[in-house]
Design a protein around this ligand. Sequence first.
Ligand SMILES: Nc1ncnc2c1ncn2[C@@H]1O[C@H](COP(=O)(O)OP(=O)(O)O)[C@@H](O)[C@H]1O
Ligand SMILES: C=C(OP(=O)(O)O)C(=O)O
Ligand SMILES: [K+]
Ligand SMILES: [Mg+2]
Length: 565
Amino acid sequence: MAQALRLLSPTTFNPSVSKFSVTASTGRPLPSLPRRLPRALRASASLPPPDLGLIYSDGGAGAGAAIDVDAVTEAEMKENGFRSTRRTKLVCTIGPATCSAEQLEALAVGGMNVARVNMCHGTREWHRQVIRQLRRLNEEKGFAVAVMMDTEGSEIHMGDLGGTSSAKAEDGEIWTFSVRAFNSPLPERTINVNYDGFAEDVKVGDELLVDGGMVRFEVIEKIGPDVKCRCNDPGLLLPRANLSFWRNGRLVQERNAMLPTISSKDWLDIDFGISEGVDFIAVSFVKSAEVINNLKSYIAARCRDNEIAVIAKIESIDSLKNLEDIVLASDGAMVARGDMGAQIPLEEVPSAQQKIVKLCRQLNKPVIVASQLLESMIEYPTPTRAEVADVSEAVKQRADALMLSGESAMGQYPEKALTVLRSVSLRIERWWREEKRHEAMELPDIASSFSDKISEEICNSAAKMADNLGVDALFVFTRTGHMASLLSRCRPDCPVFAFTSSTSVRRRLNLLWGLIPFRLSFSGDMESNLNRTFSLLKARGMIQSGDLVIALSDTLQSIQVMNVP
Ligand SMILES: Nc1ncnc2c1ncn2[C@@H]1O[C@H](COP(=O)(O)OP(=O)(O)O)[C@@H](O)[C@H]1O
Ligand SMILES: C=C(OP(=O)(O)O)C(=O)O
Ligand SMILES: [K+]
Ligand SMILES: [Mg+2]
């Protein structure tokens, strides 16, 4: 039994569906609440352990009937019922510790939704191998792991330590930072700097921060291209670590303002990303909305269907100043706490994070909380309690995604770190759902057309209905993914199954909170879409007769409430 509300706006009116009335209508008579218990309240039959080796493109009834879903999602849903699937998405930076086909598959099985490659490190050839392996994994195993390429940006950083993997700087030691080119091995206590103007720009007395303050030096003497510095806060120097300098307690920014956000090397990396078909490009050290607009036009001119989403990394003082404009121009944002913590006082990072996460949700842009979430797990197999609390805070803020950096790129325990993110997310999400602790957030109107406004109203209402009725899932049939994003923005209690006919939309939706994206070709006929979807998912054991579902479609701009037949 279905109850339908359909609104046909002038732009989406389609004569083939004109049998539906143009104003709101209920499809069939409304009996007293026809729902059965939501699945979460029913005794769940114990299921055999999932076979994670198998995959799933359902080719059985021809391409038209196929549905793409990965084995991990399927197993998770069968095991726990779909109300308890994970809502917070997980991004893993790929590096030497995770670049083999087996390691990438282990991460995908462990819940990685997006793989990030950082163009600061490694060669294009290395990144190409990783991206192609990920694509193969998706094709062969039905995953929808998206690829995010992160630009290097015009930051000052150290060279690569002449081939050694790290160097220890001790308290009081004098080190030379130099723009000269050296043959490796480097002279003792010498660091190469990538920026030619470095020796001119720094002044005696400046404080030099490595990796946002993990190691600190004071500039004591300048000799031509060499800058002598005394170590005041000892620590480990890692290859290509970021350098910033401070004068009178403030970050020296003049130089930053001179350099382009997207360097000539970044443009070559972006061309590389476009040709390799990455799903997201994350832009480092964004200063204004302009650079995002430029990149988006560049992509639009080169990609059919504008298939690459642009993520603004919020990590500089300028990006915090121009936050709203930057977020509005972008397709998403990253709270890049690593560099942010080097640009503003550390104690201001938590409030900046909360502000960015909130703004992104209001403006309907996915947001990633990144850096040092589980830093100690680079070396140790268990996280600190403080790290677990940090992860839990980001989950409570209902960020779309959490990101691993060094933990997955070069740490000792990449899979364990991912497991920690997954289990903490699941536990905290469930706790806050059960306690109904989430405060309602005011969601401003964001639509720019009347048709978008209808979609927005439908999604807001559907999410509210879903919470009030305690439905098992929201189903959304969406071509561009927009309607799915609007539902995700409402952060409903139940998961959102997003059906889209495009594999690239499916991958991009994988970054969004609470969405379970499927690839499915569908028509303008909701009735037949729903019937087909129900039978495909039922055949898989992913839904059951009686599950209560609210279904939406962006072609019809409709809402239906129904039990799975
Ligand atoms: N493609 C790569 N090749 C080699 N090492 C990498 C690669 N990607 C990441 N790493 C290592 O992982 C660390 C953490 O990654 P990330 O946070 O992305 O970079 P960064 O530390 O430069 O901000 C890097 O400092 C680097 O040591
Ligand atoms: C994610 C960040 O950027 P990157 O790792 O590229 O420095 C950060 O600074 O937190
Ligand atoms: K980067
Ligand atoms: Mg950074």
